[in-house]
Design a protein around this ligand. Structure first.
Ligand SMILES: Cc1cc2nc3c(=O)[nH]c(=O)nc-3n(C[C@H](O)[C@H](O)[C@H](O)COP(=O)(O)O)c2cc1C
Length: 291
């Protein structure tokens, strides 16, 4: 009896520890379930991108201090260009016809492209609107043949795994009609590769982190403007999203950790025997709702 009563505190302690362990496990499982339901498995989302519009940027939220913008900006008068209605109709029609000719071209020649044109299309992309005017983009232009080849090696190695393991039957099947695969000859032949990085946050002159609001949307808009600028200049590309190549390409191109690869655009002229799939586009009545 004496022995039993002297052991009682030990028993109580053991029971408390057991209850604690069980509760921790249950909470852990609940947290895991909550996280999974918040971020269900989506193979088409690049692991590295962690799109700010979908995922919280857990790994970016370190101890470092964040700071908002404090600068005061003067407001100046603005008078926009004004066209007659006839001119507006004509300009909008002509622009539509130009962009309606845009096609993704996967067979690009090695014919040189004037550097000045590349400078101008990047300048044009840099006119894009951005969340709180943070301009969260970096356009890396690669012309060096060795660097292009290294990029090709990284992309082909990852893309082979993507096609064979990560993408799944439905996605691979949907791509069959486009005749795309993991062989990317254009990464060697195109005179320029433009790799577009989104900056998930920036740095203020005092070193503190600067929030880049809607960085993915902002950079995507800039990419759309870049595609239009390339089309306007008579250059060709294929919009490519090298799944899971971001970290390796970022390191290869010596970009900082706050930059994530969004798109890779090979830029040049079509090869003489280039082909494109005969796709059609949805008519206006299928894409526009007038109320
Ligand atoms: C976000 C996005 C990602 C794309 N990724 C690839 C890609 O990785 N490889 C590829 O060959 N084409 C890619 N494309 C190109 C599409 O296949 C192409 O735009 C579509 O088939 C329509 O053809 P079009 O661009 O000639 O109108 C991508 C397009 C977009 C908008």
């Amino acid at each position: 009896m004496v022995l039993f009563s002297s052991l009682t505190p030990v028993f109580i302690a053991i029971i408390c520890v057991l209850i604690g362990v069980i509760m921790k496990k249950t909470n852990g499982e609940k947290e895991k379930r909550d996280t999974e339901s918040r971020h269900p498995s989506r193979p088409w989302v690049d692991e590295d991108l962690k799109d700010g519009t979908d995922h919280p940027l857990e790994e970016e939220e370190g101890e470092e201090e964040w700071q908002g913008l404090e600068e005061n900006v003067a407001h100046v008068p603005f008078a926009g260009e004004r066209y007659s209605e006839a001119e507006m109709i004509e300009r909008s029609r002509a622009f539509y016809e130009l962009l309606n000719q845009r096609r993704s071209v996967r067979f690009l020649s090695d014919e040189p492209v004037p550097r000045e044109v590349i400078d101008n299309v990047i300048r044009t992309a840099g006119t894009s609107p951005s969340g709180a005017h943070t301009e969260p983009w970096t356009f890396v232009v690669v012309q060096d043949p060795d660097l292009k080849h290294k990029i090709r090696e990284i992309v082909e190695e990852e893309e082979e795994i993507n096609y064979k393991k990560r993408m799944g039957d439905r996605w691979v099947n949907d791509l069959k009609r486009l005749r795309t695969n993991w062989i990317k000859e254009y990464l060697d032949t195109a005179p320029y590769l433009i790799l577009i990085f989104k900056q998930v946050y920036g740095r203020l002159p005092n070193g503190k982190k600067k929030t880049h609001y809607y960085n993915e949307i902002s950079v995507s808009i800039a990419c759309g403007i870049l595609l239009a600028a390339l089309q306007n200049a008579g250059l060709y590309t294929v919009t490519s999203t090298p799944l899971n190549c971001g970290p390796q390409l970022r390191v290869l191109l010596r970009r900082p950790a706050n930059e994530k690869l969004l798109l890779l655009l090979p830029v040049g002229y079509p090869k003489k025997d280039a082909t494109v799939p005969a796709l059609t586009r949805k008519p206006l009545e299928d894409i526009m709702v007038l109320m």
